[in-house]
Design a protein around this ligand. Sequence first.
Ligand code: CA
Length: 307
Amino acid sequence: MTKQFILIDHDGGVDDYLATMLLMTMEHVEILGVIVTPADCYAKPAVSATRKILDLMGGSHIPVAESMVRGINPFPYLYRRDSFVVDHLPILNERDTISTPLVAEPGEDFMVQVLRQASEPVTLMVTGPLTNVAFALDKAPEIEAKIAKIVWMGGALNVPGNVEQNWEPGQDGSAEWNAYWDPLAVARVWQSGIEIIMCSLDITNTVPVTSAFVQKIGRQRKYPISDLAGQCYALVIPQDYYAWDVLATAYLGNPDAYKLREWETEIITSGVSQGNTKVVSGGRKIYGMDEVDKSWFYSYLLEQWRR
Ligand SMILES: [Ca+2]
């Protein structure tokens, strides 16, 4: 595969670390930086955990930046506090210093800077809200030409969302959390001409993280990355958990394992459906990941993390 330049923008949830770990194993990928958005996490532990993971995987040359953007609808704190747990996992704390550099400027400015300096177009791998991208497009519209495409875990096209009534009373349940955190940012990115490949709940619903799969990872725990992946998944096994961000990221490893389908969509930015990525004839064209070769997907994770 030809070399691809990637900028990661993740939001510090458990599967964001796993997605980062997966991307780090791809040989045809050059990661220009990692931006942490304070959405499905608390920023400090999420940035710290990210830097420690890069240290562990030989990525200590990759800069990490903390985004200062804020969403309109915060994630529940019960989700966010997992970032503290991951940051304290023993395998990430064998050393008392961190080598991976923390960028001095805010993540949203760092995104602008990386894109401005890029010698060729960069793929944005976004596994959280689109707030940094929207900010960057507003601040420096010319960087649009430097974005090859956006691969985004977010949205729900023809299935219900995951913003549930018991967390967010008054909402109609149509929105997916990354879109709901900042619907205006999604709408801003939709105004651009950038190619968008969405890994929405439609497809992530088909890749549950099962007990059997976590146990398979456990059986290869002599490999440090499998050990870490197994610890992360064990943390979330009591919930209904899916390989949301990991499925989105695996696309970069083997696009041929996925079938894409074009949809016309619009973004609802206010009211009880805010964050809904609605299929509407005549709307903004995007590609949705429609199907994936599931047996390939799970084997790929086991293989890539066997290190
Ligand atoms: Ca995420």
